[in-house]
Design a protein around this ligand. Structure first.
Ligand SMILES: C[S@@+](CC[C@H](N)C(=O)[O-])C[C@H]1O[C@@H](n2cnc3c(N)ncnc32)[C@H](O)[C@@H]1O
Length: 221
């Protein structure tokens, strides 16, 4: 599964051309910033953030396979930790980051309240958190049942793989972030960039007619 994601995320219409450009636009100018990349996967975000001028990127990842791919991509340009995000971030100091990035990871986590409290701790006052997730209406369209269902689901992604995560409403997603004390600055429903039209016209069209992802920018007060 890790190898599959590491291979496809580089040029995939959803990862490379929908989620990443939207989230990196939300990140804004990261020059000189200390950035925490939670669930950093194969290091695609970390590489971009360093290219954009971040002073330091610290990645946290639970999959050894993906962490290896991140090491291969980043060498010693980023600090990478093998860690389960269900557990507190005990190895990170209070108020040590300007920006935390959580791209397509939040919905995998059970202990989301604990993780958000840890993010409040490690982000400096006025720091930024950006989070992307699957769009609640896309879950509803795919899995059916009640839009208001809050349950773990399994999404087949082809080649014998499936991903398991929480399906939640927009209300649930935002309420959890706001209850942790973050302040919402922006919400976007990312659509694929023009580059995806060539890579994968079907998925390009899909993201322009049915929202697939949701991304938010929040401020630590
Ligand atoms: C869809 S991938 C996104 C990876 C990366 N953020 C990106 O967008 O390229 C989800 C990532 O979350 C990681 N993940 C899921 N649950 C985790 C957990 N409990 N602890 C650490 N990492 C986790 C997975 O291993 C995977 O790398």
């Amino acid at each position: 599964m890790g190898k599959h994601f590491a291979a496809v995320a580089t040029g995939h219409a959803y990862n490379a051309h929908t989620d990443r450009p939207a989230m990196l636009a939300l990140a804004g100018d990261v020059t000189g910033q200390r950035v925490l990349d939670l669930g950093c996967g194969a290091g695609h975000y970390a590489a971009e953030l360093l290219r954009m001028g971040a002073e330091q990127v610290v990645g946290v990842e639970g999959s050894e396979t993906l962490l290896r791919a991140a090491h291969e991509r980043l060498g010693d340009r980023a600090i990478l930790h093998h860690h389960d995000l269900e557990e507190p971030l005990v190895f990170l100091k209070d108020q040590s980051f300007d920006l935390a990035v959580m791209a397509l990871v939040y919905h995998h986590i059970d202990a989301r309240g604990q993780l958000l409290a840890e993010l409040r701790r490690v982000l400096r006052a006025d720091g930024t958190l950006i989070v992307s997730t699957t769009h609640p209406t896309s879950e509803w369209t795919f899995f059916g049942g009640s839009y208001f269902a809050h349950e773990r689901v399994e999404l087949p992604i082809g080649e014998g793989f499936a991903i398991n995560y929480w399906r939640m409403t927009l209300e649930q997603f935002l309420s959890e972030l706001l209850a942790a004390g973050f302040v919402l600055e922006r919400l976007v429903e990312p659509r694929a960039t023009e580059a995806a039209r060539l890579v994968d016209p079907r998925r390009f069209d899909k993201t322009h007619s049915q929202p697939s992802f949701l991304a938010v920018k929040l401020r630590c007060p």
